[in-house]
Design a protein around this ligand. Structure first.
Ligand SMILES: [Zn+2]
Ligand SMILES: [Zn+2]
Ligand SMILES: [Zn+2]
Length: 550
């Protein structure tokens, strides 16, 4: 066991963070928390931008404080273990009331929480300094919120090889600190993909546990309501939800229930074998809920899984797990609406009788990216590759699954003059949910951009009307690393070559051409300005290496 790096002084702990950027100081009289303002790393912005950044990053400040709380309790734990080791006595009581239990008891007493909760807290502190210290430092630096960090602790809990754990810790920390904008979903998926790739056993155990945990439980919530929880395989849970959506899609527009209420009613009806009907009580109800109609909608349910060919058909050497760079056999796959799954899980899915495998050749993209005769529409290969690369709506913070999104031309496609507008190309397409596609198209002041860096990493960037820019990598570069390295087969349109175009999002309100033209011209200018600003910012950040990113 490692020892703590700070020492208790007469019951009062005095310490400070190791970075000059942020610090926490605890003495008898005061607790001083120092956090640099975002502007200090050269981010431009209005007062609105500062307020927005502060409001939106509160979880990051919590992470900094939590890291110091972990450090304090970990120090107590280390001191207790050292004291016990020095005493050298080991009896049944010290085994039962071990150091962790005792420190947790102190914590529970003072914090006013249960012993069980206190032990989880001390264990998380131990994970933060022993199991995944590099990820722990991201908590300190404000990159991870407390909830995201705790998920990372859970997701790595089954990795038991010390050297492998150190490697996975470093991989996760590197990935999370370089992928840009983070959300609960992006953090969880990034950690899941790394664990699945480097320690498939740690995932397999969870999967076996999940399989064994298949169950149906009824929990009373209050005297009127109870919840029914069905625990099953991830893909079956996703299919069930889609099936409910296929049922409720048949109600007429006058049904008064919320979507959640309809799903609940449909689930109860399907399970108990009674009929699910529209609740409009109108003579002219147009609901289409016949068995045939529901069956027809259910038949259209598809759960998309993107998996590399070598994962499905490992070569004999790969299957035996031989070293020597034959990566691929254990490359995780991606399930739309769920996230990364292990290679073994993907092979099981492909073997299902209801599975349809469609081989796609990324090499085809070198020949063409848009459909023959329709330069606006991407080919099936590009469509799948772009959705697989992003995994969800590309907008920072949005989790909508990629196959429920539109594919948006980031720089607007010009239907009158395709060569003059944004190209149908991997460099200019990303998935956007209906809401964010609409927000970009109809609301003023929003700006998005997509950039492929020199390493072939695809980045998206969203700028709010307040002037705050969030930049993030596409979520699944590990799945399709070659996508960003494809040579573009189009000319970059000249900024001046603006022509009137029609709105590209479905249902766009009619505007005068000059207004659309002005907006698109504004966007091109702003994108160019953002790119210049970003380059300047990267230079500043490189100079100020080690600064926390908030
Ligand atoms: Zn109706
Ligand atoms: Zn979205
Ligand atoms: Zn391109």
């Amino acid at each position: 066991m490692a020892t703590a790096t700070m020492d208790p002084r007469g019951g009062v702990w005095v310490g400070s963070a190791t970075t000059a950027a942020s610090s926490v100081e605890v003495t008898d009289e005061v607790i001083v928390i120092r956090i640099p303002r975002p502007e200090s790393v050269g981010v431009r912005g209005s007062e609105g931008a500062s307020l927005l950044r502060f409001a939106a990053h509160a979880g990051s400040f919590d992470g900094l404080v939590l890291w110091h709380r972990y450090r304090a309790v970990y120090g107590l734990l280390a001191a207790r273990i050292a004291a016990e080791d020095a005493a050298g006595s080991e009896g049944v009581f010290t085994r039962y009331f071990d150091a962790l239990c005792q420190v947790a008891a102190s914590y529970a007493t003072v914090a006013g929480v249960r012993q069980w909760a206190a032990e989880r807290f001390v264990e998380a502190a131990q994970a933060c300094f022993e199991r995944i210290p590099a990820v722990g430092r991201l908590l300190r630096d404000g990159l991870l919120t407390p909830a995201w960090f705790r998920r990372a602790v859970e997701q790595t809990a089954l990795v038991d090889d010390v050297e492998l754990l150190a490697f996975i810790d470093a991989e996760i920390a590197h990935r999370l600190s370089t992928m840009g904008g983070l959300s609960a979903r992006r953090v969880e998926d990034a950690v899941a993909a790394i664990v699945a790739e480097h320690d498939p056993d740690a995932v397999t155990v969870t999967r076996e546990q999940a399989k064994a945990a298949r169950n149906v439980v009824v929990n009373p919530l209050n005297e009127d309501a109870a919840e029914l929880i069905v625990t099953t395989a991830a893909e079956d849970a996703a299919l069930c939800k889609d099936a409910l959506d296929a049922v409720i899609a048949g109600v007429c527009v006058h049904d008064p229930r919320t979507r959640g209420q309809r799903r609940s009613d449909a689930a109860v009806a399907r399970i108990s074998g009674v009929r699910f009907g529209c609740r409009c009580d109108r003579e002219d109800c147009t609901a289409d809920l016949s068995d045939a109609a529901v069956a027809a909608r259910c038949a259209k349910i598809v759960l998309h899984v993107v998996v590399r060919q070598e994962t499905l058909d490992p070569t004999p050497a790969q299957a035996r797990g031989q070293a020597g760079g034959e990566a691929g056999a254990e490359m995780p796959a991606f399930v739309d609406g769920f996230g990364p799954i292990s290679a073994a899980h993907a092979r099981d899915l492909a073997a299902r009788r209801d599975a349809v495998c469609k081989p796609l050749d990324l090499g085809d993209l070198a020949v063409r990216m848009s459909q023959p005769g329709n330069p606006y529409r991407p080919t099936a290969v590009l469509d799948t590759a772009v959705r697989g690369l992003f995994g969800t709506c590309s907008w920072a913070g949005c989790d909508q699954r990629a196959w429920r999104c539109d594919l948006d031309h980031v720089a607007e496609f010009d239907h009158q003059d395709p060569a003059g507008g944004g190209p149908t190309c991997a460099c200019n397409l990303n998935p956007k949910c209906k809401f964010h596609h609409g927000l970009k198209t109809h609301a003023d002041g929003w700006l998005d951009d997509q950039v492929v860096d020199a390493n072939g990493v695809v980045w998206t960037e969203v700028t709010t009307p307040e002037g705050v820019t969030v930049r993030q990598q596409a979520a699944n570069p590990w799945l399709l690393p070659e996508l960003g390295l494809l040579p573009c087969r189009h000319d970059i349109p000249a900024v001046a070559a603006t022509r009137p175009v029609s709105g590209h999002a479905g249902g766009a309100p009619k505007r005068t051409l000059s207004r659309v033209e002005a907006k698109h011209r504004y966007r091109r200018k702003q994108r160019a300005a953002n790119r210049r600003h970003r380059e300047a910012l990267i230079a500043v950040r490189d100079a100020a290496d080690g600064q926390p990113p908030f």
